[in-house]
Ligand binder design. Sequence first.
Ligand code: PGA
Length: 255
Amino acid sequence: MSRRFLIAGNWKMNKTPSEGHELASGIGQFVKKDESVEVVVCPTYPALDRVSQAIEGTAVKLGAQNLYPKASGAYTGEISAEMLRAVFVKYVILGHSERREYFAESDDFINDKVKFSLENLLHPILCIGETLEQREAEQTLDVVKKQLLGGLEGVSKADLNNVVIAYEPVWAIGTGKTATPEMAQEVHAFIRKLLTEAYDDNASQKTRILYGGSMKPSNAADLLAQEDIDGGLIGGASLEVNSFCDLVDAARNAG
Ligand code: PGA
């Protein structure tokens, strides 16, 4: 089964609205209308609207970095799905390890957000991955299983179609240490096996599993050549037009 590669830029807490506009415009010029690779940029909330305008009419899609799983109301500091959709957001990153670590997000809370996103026609990018300590204690597969099944609890087979999984080993995020292609593939294949068990082979084969953690132009080709790696969730290398577009190019060539 051929899955369309997805390259998503996670800008984290970087770029003002005008800087975001400039970066997104540069990416928009590079991405073709009939692009073989799906390209998504995920700016901060204040930059969403400007970035949305910058990519209008291009094939680049917009993502957010989080949402709150309620329609509206007294939730100071939070953002609703409706607000995101109003500026044409299509994807939303959920369960990123930085949110799990710094904001104590649990699998249950992340699961609420996954379901809420799907009900509101947003595509979740569900992030899972082990810490260095967990890898060294040989708990990687257990952690990944718990986060994957916890995040997807109650998600139907039809809805799985609209979910993207991102495997991001925490020790590889922003550290310059990448999982070797073989290490990443082993976990990606495990995730696909879990999806087959929880759903079925067809649903599992259709689901895209991205790799994240110091992916950059110099290591992307080897990672993307792995059978179960269907793209990347990119932090550092998504903050410059050239490096991000080189990653889109690597995915084009891997396709
Ligand atoms: P990185 O971040 O590419 O800077 O390692 C990836 C991520 O956290 O999504």
